[in-house]
Design a protein around this ligand. Structure first.
Ligand code: AMP
Length: 208
């Protein structure tokens, strides 16, 4: 991906709408699961919100890693934490935030099938980019491949801002300039005070 990617900031209102849509689709299909598995880190909050919408009490986690640094892929997706509990032939919905390459969700679905032996396994994501090699059973919004963006979710705001401000610093030179570069190159409108904080955090952590 480009060094300074086009971005879209997702709000909590977006999350509420996306997870509400997912729950409505699952309900309409008559497939409310007994267990929800959140694919962390990105699917953790969506999984909890979908569980709330559907009234599902059993919530498990498993972790994969793929995009180590904002908008930068680390080779292939890898499983980093196994399924956190037993599934015991229950019906399962595996939830993530977004399918981009689709590798993480495909890997996680294989792992849940092999490890948990569910009675039924379905998958759901808030956003689905059309070039993904794995299509979830349910998604709330489809993003055409030629409109690819890096989505800045509420739970990656500071992580993304630290990565993007560091990359924009050579061109922007100071916080005001970086704020402008983020707006013009990433279509990301963030307060200068947040840019200053992100730059400070990066400087402090690299000085250690
Ligand atoms: P992938 O294996 O490429 O489908 O993506 C794995 C994970 O990386 C997703 O669940 C997200 O947490 C993150 N991710 C991938 N692409 C994006 C994107 N375009 N915007 C925000 N997060 C992304």
């Amino acid at each position: 991906m480009t060094d300074l990617p086009a971005c879209r900031r997702a709000t909590w209102a977006d999350l509420d709408a996306w997870t509400g849509t997912l729950a409505a689709k699952v309900r309409a299909a008559g497939r409310t699961p007994e267990v929800i598995v959140g694919l962390t880190r990105g699917g953790w909050v969506p999984a909890r919100l979908v569980a709330d919408h559907l009234g599902v009490k059993r919530l498990l986690a498993l972790q994969t890693a793929h995009w180590g640094v904002t908008a930068t892929k680390d080779g292939h997706a890898a499983l980093t934490e196994r399924l956190s509990g037993s599934i015991d032939a229950a019906t399962v919905l595996l939830v993530d935030d977004i399918t981009d390459t689709g590798e993480s969700l495909a890997l996680a679905a294989d792992h849940v099938r092999a490890e948990g032996r569910p009675a039924r396994l379905e998958t759901a994501t808030c956003l689905h980019i059309t070039h993904s090699k794995f299509a979830p059973d349910y998604f709330a919004e489809e993003v055409p491949a030629d409109r690819w963006v890096w989505v800045v979710f509420p739970w990656t705001y500071w992580e993304d801002l630290r990565a993007l401000t560091a990359r924009a610093l050579p061109e922007g030179r100071d916080a005001a300039g970086v704020t402008r570069v983020l707006r013009e190159k990433c279509h990301l409108d963030v307060p200068p005070v947040d840019v200053e904080r992100a730059l400070r955090q990066t400087a402090t952590s690299t000085a250690k």
